[in-house]
Ligand binder design. Structure first.
Ligand SMILES: NC(=O)c1ccc[n+]([C@@H]2O[C@H](COP(=O)([O-])OP(=O)(O)OC[C@H]3O[C@@H](n4cnc5c(N)ncnc54)[C@H](O)[C@@H]3O)[C@@H](O)[C@H]2O)c1
Ligand SMILES: O=C(O)C(=O)C[C@@H](O)[C@H](O)[C@H](O)COP(=O)(O)O
Ligand SMILES: [Zn+2]
Length: 382
């Protein structure tokens, strides 16, 4: 087996490594034992991932002599709720894991955020390991220490910064991911190009089919994404400045997720981000910050990949401009009541814009909603 790609996340005493490559699940036992030889493990996963990959992880931990128990939740965004969080905390405490033991987040971003938040608060803080199994989790959510759950007022409004001690991204587990979920993760990959790396976005435009197919191009895209995120997180761990760039498309996207009731059948996070990134580029063009060709190029690429790019593609619609604005004004980037958006001057030229006029955003959204439902390209499906 070839050695995995390693990406360091440099954060002083909270530094850790991301390992990326095929077959890492079978090595999880030895790698975790090297980190914490005596630890007992509490694995948090969802029923999909458990059914497909838990046996491989469990065998690896057994071989390394690591005791482990599992807490399982239902798949989907609805599990990032107070109710599920409370149950997971109680179940984890019932396993009698101690402060020196490890929580293992084994799944997509929902599991990483949920289990990571539980690890942040149980016994006032336990170490945890991320074993991300979706593309989205491998390129984004397992890195950087944002953990949390949703509120009825908005996405991720309850949470903590809590860095993992290790990230193991086994790229071969992505072979069992649905096309829809793979595409959703691809939106966050494209985000890194759109933030500050026009060459990467151009590479994706040429090579996206290879990224979807697997192999070297997919691993390269995951590694480039992780390096980009690790660099930003190392410079601004708790989002006092530059880290907000990772929120490109998210102010709109999170509002869309909130008004669609965190219902994964209608919209998953990466799809919200895809639509949100197109909206952020269109809004930038509307403000005269970039040319009209910029949003057209972004939308064309995301649509070619099979992602939704318009609000009208969300089954059941996305409520009203007022409902979206209510969610947007709860965004964590709001400062002294003023809206912050990630806007752009062109592909790979994103910047943080504070004091964005809410009336202009509302007017823009009302116009987008007036376009009405679009039956041409439904977001759901395989
Ligand atoms: N903390 C962060 O920095 C950060 C970054 C980006 C996104 N997020 C959060 O991540 C969540 C989205 O993550 P996601 O897209 O991974 O969603 P998810 O965790 O719901 O996973 C998507 C679906 O894929 C299934 N799945 C996962 N791995 C699989 C595999 N290998 N084979 C088959 N099925 C598999 C899951 O069971 C689920 O049904 C959102 O809640 C979002 O807010 C957090
Ligand atoms: O890591 C970050 O910082 C991000 O913003 C990454 C996003 O892709 C991710 O969806 C994150 O959870 C959003 O953070 P939030 O602070 O807006 O909830
Ligand atoms: Zn995201």
């Amino acid at each position: 087996m070839t050695s995995p790609i390693t990406v360091p996340v440099v954060l002083g005493e909270r530094s850790y490594e991301i390992s990326i490559g095929p077959g890492l699940l079978a090595e999880a036992g030895t790698r975790i034992a090297a980190l914490a030889p005596q630890a007992r493990l509490a694995i948090v996963t969802d029923t999909n991932v458990a059914g497909l990959h838990l046996a491989t992880l469990a065998e690896s931990l057994d071989r390394a002599g690591l005791a482990h128990q599992t807490v399982t939740v239902e798949p989907g965004e609805a599990s990032k709720s107070f109710t599920t969080f409370a149950r997971v905390c109680e179940d984890l405490i019932a396993t009698r894991v101690e402060r020196g033991d490890l929580v293992v987040a084994f799944g997509g971003g929902v599991i990483g955020d949920l289990a990571g938040f539980a690890a942040a608060v149980i016994r006032r803080g336990m170490r945890f390991v991320q074993i991300p199994t979706s593309l989205l989790a491998q390129v984004d959510s397992s890195v950087g220490g944002k953990t949390g759950i949703n509120s009825r007022h908005g996405k991720n409004l309850v949470g903590a910064f809590h860095q993992p001690s290790l990230v193991l991204a086994d790229t071969s587990v992505l072979d069992t991911l649905s096309k829809r979920e793979f595409r959703a993760g691809y939106a966050e990959v494209a985000k890194y190009g759109l933030i500050n790396d026009a060459a990467f976005f151009g590479w994706l435009e040429r090579r996206w089919r290879d990224v979807m197919a697997g192999g070297a191009a997919r691993e390269e895209a995951i590694a480039i994404s992780c390096r980009s995120k690790a660099g930003i997180v190392a410079r601004d761990e708790t989002e006092t400045g530059e880290r907000a760039l990772l929120n490109l498309g998210h102010t709109f996207g999170h509002a869309l997720e909130a008004v669609t009731g965190y219902d994964s059948r209608r919209l998953v996070h990466g799809e919200g981000v895809a639509i949100g990134m197109v909206l952020a580029h269109e809004f930038s063009a509307r403000l005269g910050l970039c040319s009209q060709e910029t949003p057209s190029r972004v939308a064309a690429h995301l649509a070619e990949v099979g992602l939704p790019t318009r609000i009208g593609q969300i089954p059941g619609g996305a409520g009203s401009a007022d409902a979206l604005m209510t969610a947007i004004t709860q965004d964590k980037k709001v400062k002294r009541g003023r809206l912050t958006f990630i806007l752009t001057r062109g592909i790979g030229e994103s910047f943080i814009a504070d004091d964005v006029d809410p009336a202009a955003v509302r007017h823009f959204l009302a116009e987008k909603l007036a376009d009405g439902p679009d039956a041409a390209a439904p977001v759901t499906g395989p």
